[in-house]
Design a protein around this ligand. Sequence first.
Ligand SMILES: [Zn+2]
Length: 282
Amino acid sequence: MLVAYAHPDDESFGSGGLIAKYVQAGVAVYYLCATNGELGTVPPEMASQHPSVAELRRAELDRAAQILGFKEVIRLNYKDSGMMGAASNDDPDSLWYHSQHHFDELVRRVVEVMRRVRPQVVLTFNRFGGYGHPDHIAIQRATEAAFHLAGDPAYETGQPPYAPQKLYYGGLPAAMLRLFAWTMRLRGKDLRHMGTNKDIDFQAVLDHLEPTHARVDVSDYLTVWDAASAAHESQGGGRLMQNNLPLWLRRRLMGQQGFTRVVPPPTQDRVDETDLFAGVSE
Ligand SMILES: [Zn+2]
C-alpha cells in the first residue's frame, strides 16, 4: 500500500489508525511524503532545539513512522507551499509551484515510486486536499495522474510498468470533522475563518467531503493512532486529535473511517466495502 500525502503529520493525523491496522495485518505500507513541512507553525522553544523547522519535522515523522510501522518513508523534498494564496506558493522550490509549472516532472517522480514499490492500493487526499491546502491538492493531482500512467508501457522511466489496482481518497476523518464543526458552532466561532492563522475555511471542508464507498473498522487502533499523532508534537500532536474526548466516545466517532473509491469506479455512491484490499489480486 502506498500512502501519498504532503506533510509530516498528514499520515498520522489523517490515517494513523488505518495504517496501523494494515501494518498489523502484514501489509507493507509505504509513505510518500512530498514536502518537509517547513512552513508549519512551530512553538519557538521547540524550533530552537533543531537546526531548522524541516529538521524538526523530519525527526517527528521518523518517530511517527516507527510507531506506525511503515516499511519505508519516501521523501520528495519539495518545499512546503504554505496556505493557498500565500507568497510562498510562488517559491520555485515549493510543491505548489512545481505542480503548476513542472507537473509532468512531479508526476514522473510519483510514477517512479509506484513502479519501484509496486503498491496494490494507493491512498491520497480528496480533490479539495482535505482542507484546501495547496500541497494537499498538488499531491492528490500528481498521485492520481501517476496512478493511471504507472501501468502504461509507453510511459518510460527505465522501469517495468506496473499498474496499482485501487485508488482511494481519504485523509481526514469525516465524523471528527463534523463533530468539530458542531462544537465550534456551539461556541459561536466563524467556521469560515478557523485555525491558528484564521485561514482555514471549515465550511468549505464540509462542503467538499466526497462520498464514502469503503468503511474500515479502525477502532482497535486508536491508541496507536494517538501515539503516532503525539509524535508530531510541534503540530499539536495528540491533543489535536483527542479533542478532549474520552476514548470510548472517540471509538464511537472515529472507529469507522470512510474512504472514497476512485478506482475501480463505484457503480453508485454507497458503502460497499469494509476493506481497502477487497477484491485485490496478487
Ligand atoms: Zn498537510
